[in-house]
Design a binder for this molecule. Structure first.
Ligand code: GTP
Ligand code: MG
Length: 601
């Protein structure tokens, strides 16, 4: 028998969103007999309620499988299913660091898309063996030759390397497992060296504390070992370690090259960071592993409890959630309108939505989210500062220059839609930098575009103008100076800091007008007239008024129908949940997000 380490294969499944990673993982899990058939369900690895509802993977998930290869030996395969959405790219890059190989899936009916390229490049950069697989070949009317062309030209694969499969019917799945065994190298770590394990993910368990998901790079670890976290210098005794199959199954020992989990018993996030190296306290490694670059949040928003007394609950919830989400960052923030809350940073708008939903569902806190903002770099006479909350933009007199983030935006779109997409990009201050073709039917456009424009309904517009066919990827290019000013909103004469935004001076008038009009619709009538004003540097540029209400709600009911009355009151109560009293005026959640729905015309 060969040495066990030579029979380990660590690989992940990467692709554009919806190209079938999780469904294919189901088939891999089934064919290897990892889960009993009666316990199988579709998209097994999307175990979070939110993932199942949205049909989208949010978290990378690891699974250990056993596979008897053509040489008759049993191999230990560690699979990581990754998310495809651009916001969760950090999950992908961390997963890649735990693997020697990657299966790159391409939907046969779509061809390669923006995220296919982005993820493939990531895998190649990290030195992984990439196995290209054309998936969903059960679908009718597919043009396999075009998809092969996609994989040949932009990505440089050879026809002979490309596998065909269907995660739906199971076709080609055994070939994929065999290719993993044949093409992906075994892990190369040193069994006799001191333990070095890379923490690529973590979650929190009420009983076991912080559970670190690890890839053992060198050495091995056993139950009962005393471990040391190299970055934080925290020690802990391992009460449990194990593998994901895909549920946690305790085992006695994890050896070089293996993927599994260790329960640290630690109670605070900061002690056991994703990217840190775990070693033995009794025989520590000298050098930690390279780890990861920290996640780079792109959009920021304030989270405030609807009820002030829920602040501690929100703080606890964020802390716990942070354990399951290495890319979430936050710090306390104080708003004169909304009170005590947090400013949190996200990888994108979907990430923001997901975090908000998880906080409300899993931790049962009601919160108000302010409109998302990007991070600005402000050069003042006394130095440079980063501003992620528009309300904090300093006095214009002290500002030399304001810079905003610009992205490199890649769009893949069928030729027929190139015109409308170019119009859209130009309207968003986009500058075309490159135009090429991925195959004879589809163009690839590269733009430089301000992130602030990308986050305001660019994706939705892109989809609607291309009938769903365009795909999008973006990454930070650089910070560029622009003529930016702070637009303040006054409700009943008081500045509501949570509604402030940073806008282009040229467009500030238009935005001020649209925003005040929008707010007039969204802010419910009060017992008195409520003026809503937009101002720049104290100068009012737009004004609307919410007229005082005349009748109370019940006046709408005819007769004495009590159930109807009740319903109406209940509805009103539910609506209230998402309201915040600002001075004497109630402002609903939607008002804080109105900024996102601004369309000037
Ligand atoms: N016809 C067909 N449909 C498939 C196949 N594989 C997946 N699908 C469908 O494609 C959709 C997306 O599948 P998922 O497995 O969730 O895709 P994913 O790549 O994991 O998606 P994300 O994790 O959100 O990026 C689902 O509606 C699946 O039922 C296949 O081989 N054939
Ligand atoms: Mg998935």
């Amino acid at each position: 028998m060969s040495d066990p380490q030579s029979r380990i294969r660590n690989f992940c499944v990467i692709a554009h969103v919806d190209h079938g990673k999780t469904t294919l993982s189901d088939r891999l899990i089934e064919l290897t007999g990892t889960v009993a058939l009666r316990q199988m369900r579709e998209q097994l690895l999307d175990s979070m309620e939110l993932e199942r509802e949205h049909g989208v993977t949010i978290k990378a998930r690891a699974v250990r499988m056993a596979w008897t290869a053509r040489d008759g030996e049993v191999y230990e395969l560690n699979l990581i299913d990754t998310p495809g959405h651009v916001d969760f790219n950090y999950e992908v890059s961390r997963s890649l660091a735990a693997c020697e190989g990657a299966i790159l899936l391409v939907d046969a009916s779509q061809g390669i898309e923006a995220q296919t390229l982005a993820n493939a490049y990531l895998a190649v950069e990290q030195g992984l063996e990439v196995i290209p697989v054309i998936n969903k070949i059960d679908l009718p009317n597919i043009a396999l030759d075009l998809v092969r062309e996609d994989l040949r030209t932009p990505l440089g694969f050879k026809d002979a390397e490309i596998l065909l499969a269907s995660g739906k019917t199971g076709l080609g799945v055994a070939e994929i497992l065999n290719a993993v065994v044949d093409r992906v190298p075994a892990p190369s770590g040193d069994q006799d060296a001191p333990l070095r394990a890379l923490i690529f993910d973590s979650h929190y368990d009420a009983y076991k504390g912080v559970v670190a998901h690890v890839r053992i790079v060198d050495g091995s670890v056993r139950r009962g070992d005393r471990i040391l976290l190299m970055a934080t210098q925290k020690e802990a005794e391992l009460l449990e370690l194990g593998v994901f199959a895909p549920n946690a199954v305790p085992i006695e020992r994890l050896a070089t090259g293996e993927v599994g989990y260790v329960a640290t018993g630690l109670k605070t996030v900061a002690d056991c960071r994703v990217g840190d190296t775990l070693t033995l306290a009794t025989d520590p490694a000298r050098e930690p592993l390279a780890g990861y670059r920290p996640a780079k949040p792109m959009v920021f928003a304030g989270f405030y409890p609807v009820l002030g007394e829920e602040y501690p609950a929100l703080r606890d919830a964020l802390e716990k959630l942070r354990l399951n989400d290495a890319s979430l960052i936050y710090e306390p923030e104080n708003s004169n309108a909304l009170g005590f809350g947090f400013r949190a940073g996200f990888l994108g708008l979907l990430h923001l939505d997901i975090v908000q939903e998880r906080l409300e569902r899993e931790y049962d806190v009601d919160l108000i989210a302010t409109s998302p903002s990007v991070e600005y770099r402000v050069i003042t006479h006394s130095g440079e500062i980063a501003i992620d909350n528009p309300a904090k933009l300093p006095d214009p007199a002290t500002i030399v220059e304001v810079k905003e983030p610009w992205m490199k935006v890649t769009i893949i779109v069928p030729q027929g839609y190139v015109g409308p997409i170019m119009d859209l990009a130009q309207g968003k201050r986009g500058v075309l930098t490159e135009m090429g073709y991925v195959d004879p039917t589809r163009a690839m456009l590269t733009y430089d575009m301000p992130l602030a424009e990308v986050i305001v309904d660019f994706y939705d517009q892109l989809k609607s103008r291309s009938q769903g066919y365009a795909s999008l990827d973006y990454e930070l290019r650089e910070y560029r100076a622009a003529d930016l000013v702070r637009l303040d909103i006054l409700v009943a004469g008081t500045v509501v800091d949570a509604l402030s935004m940073i806008v282009h001076r040229e467009r500030s008038m238009g935005i001020g007008r649209v925003l005040t009009a929008k707010l007039r619709e969204l802010i419910p009538k009060q017992m008195f007239d409520v003026p809503i004003q937009a101002a720049i540097g104290g100068k009012v540029i737009a004004r609307e008024t919410v007229k005082a209400k005349r009748k109370d709600v019940l006046a709408k009911c005819y007769g004495g129908d009590i159930t109807r009355k009740k319903k109406l009151l209940e509805k009103q109560k539910a609506g209230k949940k998402r309201m915040k009293m600002v001075g004497a005026v109630e402002i609903p959640q939607e008002a804080f997000l109105a900024v996102l729905r601004i369309k000037e015309d």
